[in-house]
Design a protein around this ligand. Structure first.
Ligand SMILES: [Zn+2]
Length: 481
């Protein structure tokens, strides 16, 4: 079966059909780098990372382009506040963004173009629009796109042109012929970065950058253009208008992108995330108290089109669940070690079918959960396991890792993942992992000296801290209760 996806342009779920069989050209609008990535970014880019991974797992050769907006009002304002060069500030936050996305196990894009590296392409694109009669330069150094010349302007957003007129504003100094028109090029203002153009020194508008970078790196039409649902209007709407009009010929929206996908927002404890409400979190802040894979696993529990609700409580539950998955995988590896792989169970196909159905990660986690429960029961059962049962566990572990790869989880050895998850959970409870380790070492000494009263006292001390200890053949491990 082919992949079904909800296409915002069509307004319904439809079969994914790339232009060229077996190839996907994917563009995702990237961040404006004036600050650290926040939870909304984490959600958005994990969503598109799963889409990317699934397309690749399905055998598509995907070229994934995600830009950095490194020229923007917010960047200029922030840089001026700090007395920093805007380009340096943007470069610093772009690096920080990459680090945060790495921690969330998002694959890097094949190309991560920056606006500052594409000024010639942007200017050439605007020149084409002026030559085609879709854009005009009123003489004040700005260039605007004439929205009413583009018949499919409201097709993506399904909004009404009259409503858009009512919401449109003309800022002082602008020279639009129509309030609906939007800037492709803005004349330089004092203290702003500037580039030469046929209309005088200035800088590009936000929307034209994405069109120029998409066309430069992927051509047109691309197969999937994606981003947060807040970008439908005006950003993606304007991207379509410019990119189609610049090509000459037909004016159908599909001539820019064949499919449009949008992810839902992030809420915190059922409220909008905002600085004024004091519930605004950067990815870095969350990663101090939770492992990146745990946060990613938590994010996967909500369908990408729905709004995601973040809360510390549910994050803690997701984390426990991920610990359970790793522990089960470790047991399956141990009990199934050396066994001939049992027959395939269909888990991989079931997960693929759920992802084929508009990337339903929430359904996938349900499917995965059943398989883990069964494997856990088999691994834990008292008595000996038959060679067939061992083979079953070995097969389970292999399939679980394959499914995990498509979701970007369960790719670390348990011995690496579990302590990382545990230490952050401990931190949230005010438990210092180093203090736990010191007591465990003292307890080991006491046991060696057969001082069982001391060893029991240390165990009680740890229990009072909320730490459970497990003595096993490989030594003593601990976890937060
Ligand atoms: Zn964009």
């Amino acid at each position: 079966m082919a992949i079904q996806l909800y296409d915002t342009l069509a307004g319904r779920k439809r079969t994914f059909e790339p232009l060229e069989a077996g190839k996907v050209r994917l563009y995702v609008c990237g961040p404006t780098v004036y600050d650290y990535a926040h939870l909304g970014h984490a959600r958005c880019y994990v969503v598109w990372d799963v889409v990317l991974r699934h397309l690749r797992a399905r055998g598509y050769e995907v070229k994934y382009v995600r830009n950095f907006t490194d020229v923007d009002d917010k960047i200029i304002r922030r840089a001026n506040e700090r007395g920093e060069d805007p380009a340096a500030l943007a470069a610093r936050f772009a690096d920080a963004f990459d680090e945060d996305m790495d921690a969330l196990r998002c694959l890097r894009p094949d190309v991560a173009p920056r606006v500052t590296g594409h000024l010639p392409e942007i200017v050439a694109l605007i020149e084409r629009l002026v030559a085609n009669g879709f854009a005009y330069a009123p003489g004040n150094g700005d260039v605007y796109f004439a929205v009413r010349k583009f018949p499919e302007y409201t097709r993506l957003s399904k909004r009404n042109l009259d409503d858009l007129v009512a919401g449109a504003r003309v800022e002082p100094g602008e020279a639009k012929h129509d309030p609906l028109d939007f800037a492709l090029w803005k004349a330089a203002k004092a203290g702003e970065p500037r580039w030469p153009s046929p209309w005088g020194e200035g800088r590009p508008g936000w929307h034209i950058e994405c069109s120029a970078m998409t066309l430069a790196h992927l051509g047109a039409p691309i197969d999937i253009h994606a981003g947060g649902k807040d970008l439908v209007f005006p950003h993606h709407t304007n991207e379509i208008a410019q990119s189609v009009a610049a090509q000459g010929g037909g004016l159908e929206a599909e001539r820019y992108a064949r499919h449009w996908m949008h992810n839902g927002f992030v809420q915190i404890d059922d409220q909008k995330m905002s600085k004024s409400l004091g519930n605004f979190f950067t990815v870095r802040e969350v990663l101090k108290k939770a492992d990146g894979e745990a946060l990613r696993f938590f994010l996967l529990g909500t369908h990408y089109r729905n709004d995601f609700n973040f809360s510390d409580t549910v994050l803690g539950e997701a984390e426990k669940r991920l610990v359970y998955l790793y522990e089960t995988l470790e047991k399956a590896d141990r009990v199934g070690a050396g066994a001939a792989l049992g027959p395939a169970t269909g888990l991989v196909e079931q997960v693929r079918a759920a992802l084929d159905d508009d990337f339903n990660t929430a359904a996938v986690l349900g499917i995965v959960s059943e398989a883990f429960t069964a494997a856990n029961a088999l691994a834990d059962r008292k008595g000996k396991r038959s060679p067939e049962e061992k083979g079953k566990l070995a097969r389970f572990a292999a399939e679980a890792r394959e499914v995990g790869a498509a979701l970007g989880i369960l790719q670390r050895p348990a011995g690496e993942a579990l302590p990382s998850i545990r230490d952050r959970a401990a931190g949230r409870r005010g438990i210092d992992p180093a203090a736990v380790e010191a007591r465990l070492a003292a307890r080991a000494e006491a046991r060696k000296a057969k001082d069982f009263a001391r060893s029991d006292a240390l165990r009680d001390e740890l229990a009072a801290m909320g730490v459970a200890i497990m003595d096993g053949p490989a030594g003593t491990t601990w976890k937060v209760e």
